[in-house]
Design a protein around this ligand. Structure first.
Ligand code: RUB
Length: 331
């Protein structure tokens, strides 16, 4: 594919996703949809085939911002499939379809988080002590809804090294009035005996119900199983990965070592290798339920959500995923 012009606003959104100014799987997905709408708005010219090629190019560009959260490619697929299947007769019509579909996705996503809050709060009981990890808008929706219903007694928030997203979570919960305790990641097992529910988010859910979320989630789940605390995962249905239906693995993002130690330290210690994987996989046996906007399911039922959503079009999705990503120069 030849290189094409990409509007500055779209480049900015992709960069912000890449450097985590925009982060969290749901937020990334909504930003991806918004970027497509902006790209459509900014396109100049009235040749339909050129517009479609340009949109495919931009879609591929945005999709490559971060690899693990499937919410991003799913959001892009939501918008692009509507364009592909639209039979639009003019650029104007095609542009309108992109903008409307992007807004539709964003509105759906925001509504889904609210519904997850309501459904998830039903699983929280009076006096519950909760532990959470990282910063998940969907998990927070459950915890805050349950708190407003008078049920939550305390929340342990893990700091979530190396990027410390736990601090965002702790701040949000404290500003809502919750009793919050921020703990180091290494204290998860120490405090788990005081906890009866774990509530976390997800970046990607595989067809077998395995949950990919911020690194450390699987250790929380392990400690919870030992302490017999229940583990709930809050996830909108666009976080379920269609490609895992055909056996593809979820790519785990590896980020820069300087997120772990300063670059000076790295230079002084050239013999030390540093590895910074930022997500991990929690097997379905460690999860009690996944709370989606369509209902609460056992992790083993993830495949049903995927079949309902993508069953018939799985071959098309596989074809799309095998198309080579475009190479982008950003100067
Ligand atoms: C964020 C993270 C969150 C999920 C779900 O990772 O792992 O738990 O993305 O978040 P990062 P949400 O900070 O690397 O993006 O519920 O907000 O979609």
């Amino acid at each position: 594919m030849t290189e094409m012009y990409i509007p500055k606003e779209v480049i900015r959104i992709r960069n912000d996703i890449k450097n985590m100014k925009i982060r969290g799987a749901g937020t990334i997905a909504r930003a991806g949809a918004r970027a497509l709408a902006i790209a459509a708005e900014k396109h100049v010219g009235n040749e339909l085939s050129k517009f479609i090629k340009y949109m495919e190019y931009v879609a591929s560009y945005i999709r490559s911002a971060r690899p693990t959260a499937v919410s991003l490619p799913n959001a892009i697929m939501y918008v692009m499939n509507r364009l592909r299947k639209s039979n639009a007769k003019s650029v104007e019509e095609a542009r309108r379809i992109v903008i409307e579909s992007a807004n539709e996705f964003i509105n759906y996503s925001l509504k889904a988080i609210k519904i997850i809050g309501e459904l998830g709060a039903r699983r929280i009981e009076h006096g519950d002590v909760i532990m959470t990890h990282c910063h998940s808008t969907a998990a927070l929706s459950i915890i805050i809804t349950a708190y407003r219903q008078g049920k939550v007694s305390k929340v342990f928030v893990k700091e979530t090294r190396p990027k410390m997203q736990g601090l965002i979570t702790a701040k949000v919960l404290a500003s809502e009035g919750l009793d919050v305790v921020l703990i180091p990641d290494s204290a998860v097992r120490y405090y788990m005996r005081k906890v009866n529910k774990v509530v976390v988010g997800a970046d990607t859910i595989a067809a077998n119900g395995a949950v990919v979320n911020k690194i450390g989630t699987s250790m929380v789940a392990l400690a919870a199983k030992e302490a017999r605390a229940r583990v709930y995962v809050a996830a909108e249905t666009y976080k379920f990965s269609p490609l895992t239906l055909i056996g593809e693995l979820v790519p785990i993002e590896i980020r820069d070592p300087t997120e772990i130690v300063p670059s000076g330290w790295l230079k002084e210690n050239p013999g030390v290798e540093i590895f910074n994987p930022v997500f991990d996989v929690t097997p379905p046996e460690y999860i009690d339920a996944i709370i989606t906007e369509r209902g609460v399911i056992p992790p083993q039922a993830a495949i049903l959500i995927l079949m309902e959503e993508y069953g018939l079009s799985i071959k098309e999705i596989a074809k799309l995923s095998s198309e080579t990503e475009v190479k982008i120069s950003e100067d």
